[in-house]
Design a protein around this ligand. Sequence first.
Ligand code: ZN
Ligand code: ZN
Ligand code: FE
Length: 758
Amino acid sequence: MQGLSVKVRGTVQGVGFRPFVYQLAEEHRLTGWVRNTSRQVEIELDGSSDALEGFLRGLRERAPPLARIDDVDVEPRPPSGFSSFEIIESQLEEGWQSIPPDTATCDACLDELLDPAERRYGYPFTNCTHCGPRFTIIESLPYDRDRTTMRCFDMCKDCRREYEDPRDRRFHAQPVACPACGPKVWLQAPDGEVAEGDPIEACASLLGSGRVVALKGLGGYQLACDATNPDAVARLRQRKRRYGKPFAVMVPDVEWAKQLCVATEIEVEALESRERPIVLMKRRPEATVAPEVAPGLDTLGVMLPYTPLHHLLLRCFAGPIVMTSGNMSEEPIAIGNREAVERLGEIADAFLFHDRDIYARYDDSVVRVLGDHVVPIRRARGYAPAPVDVPFTAAHDILACGAQQKSTFCLVKESKAFLSQHIGDLENLETLEHFESSLETFRRLLGVEPQVIAHDMHPDYLSTHFAHDFPAPSAVRVVVQHHHAHIVSAMVEHGLEEPVIGVAYDGTGYGTDGAIWGGEILVADWASFERLGHLRYAPMLGGEAAIRKPYRLAAGYIWSLCPGCVREFEPFLATLPIGERIILRRQLETGLNTPLTSSCGRLFDVAAALLGVRREALYEGQPAVELEAIADPAVKEIYPFDIIREGDGWVIDPAALLRALWCEYRAGRPVSYIAAAFHNTVAEFTAGVCRKIRDARGLNRVVLSGGCFQSAFLTRRLLDGLEAAGFEVFTQREVPPNDGGLSLGQAAVAHALTAEMR
Ligand code: ZN
Ligand code: ZN
Ligand code: FE
């Protein structure tokens, strides 16, 4: 007989870990107890050494699906003389631990949901220890029902029995509920009138008649309408004031997804994963969804039902439903019932309410296959707040405040980076409040007191102001250049510490010289970087506003990059209203409100404008995604360009590229051909600069990051080019390549610069 004290750290609460331990202990005839504390799961055991060994093996090998074990601490001791094995009361203490993300309905729960013999038949809040809400309902730790928004529902006798039976799938499942005791769903008109009959059937029939319904989901309200009905989709766009940006659709099952899209194996796997993200896939030309769902794009964002409520609704509706976040464009997702009526009352014809409160706002995640990997484009539901392992141990708690668009923050504790869920563009008070309250939640759950605060170099970002105003006067502030942060974000994911060649292509980032960078090739490690390559500066006539008017950008690029051949572009320039042309010329000459930019995103805007693909943009990045959508992958041609030596580095001059593109267009070459050749050329000059840097510096590792690498076409072509040249290439996998992943890089830079600090 021997005794053993075991401490398990990781994501081990809210995932059925204690019942698993209980069953494992019984199996090995061990006595003792298990309990949750604020920082870990603690286990005390008595038994034979064989049995203890078997237990420890099982602990690692058979842990429940949602558990993530980081660390097991085992200490032998004399036996304590326990007579049985028990689960004992949780203990509050100092400490922190990972919080599980919400997870899609498991198969066992789905079977119950659809089985008329089960007491949870048709019950939209069915869940168990392997599935259901977590992060969205946890107010504090340790994870127990009275510290979740389920606390106001008293369990009935049957639920209590399951909850207390260690052999039951619902043993200590905190959100456990049933029709007798749990949350309820009802359908209500904006004027407060509650619909009679089955609310889900009634909701499906409203959708069928072209109405817009706001339904309370897992992490906030969603706006839904019939995806095959062009009028309904157009109405939703109008009311939500979301023009142009694609909507995602939810489909009943994988077969439906395959009917709408060409789904590859890896995409199907992503669709069916327990994170259940929106997967961006190639749309079939014959897909029955209305064109208004994703205008101008060849892709469609599709997801499968991930809560019982969604499963029931989709079964009832039996077709694709537009499912978009419940907000007015640019605002955060609504979570409260009263808030929903106030904010969505003008948008929705009806509300599918329920009475389980949502504690944390949590948007649907979006992923896309880039290169050979499923990469998050928006990292929220299902992924956050699961930590990213970082290859360092932070000496101090670090807070990185992210950028402006697609905002996330990152908290680093020891060797875990907790990236927040996607928060949105920090451009209004509502989103800033979402940022602040999410940070509050993370700090409380993780017990973080930031001593190091990292922020972007841009003086006007709200996240920069937030970092300065954060009430921690003794905390060290670290300024991180935008593209350096992008590259380090990808380096950290791959455990790269030594200097690499970093290609950071995006729309906008504040440079050390005050210009707007975005077509940058750096040599970087965590602490520092050198800018060895960039796109030639060109004027952004009218500043940020030019992002919405690519044709103005194009005029500025022509005048400044191609002064010798402006006449060739005259047919394009002639399309500018004469008054506007005069104003733009003057801006160019005086430099008034005309920052210089090396942005790769803007180069795509200019190409799209010249090709008539998109002269005016409804959202940033629209020209680039539309250019990608029409590009013919069979085309291998590359247009000319120049790489010019300047100081220690190289400047990429795209003048010859723009001229070739324009000449081809004028000559009647199909736009699908030119768009592809344009992408190929960007990949080609990038690989060219990388080769020059390799020759000069002896570096063979290339890291790709930045919003431009959301393009599957560009990523593929550049990967192929670099790999053919013998480079080892690394792309983002766990966090988005866009600014949503930036805070991770900021945190690592801040760590590198302050690790020695005491
Ligand atoms: Zn389940
Ligand atoms: Zn019950
Ligand atoms: Fe960026």
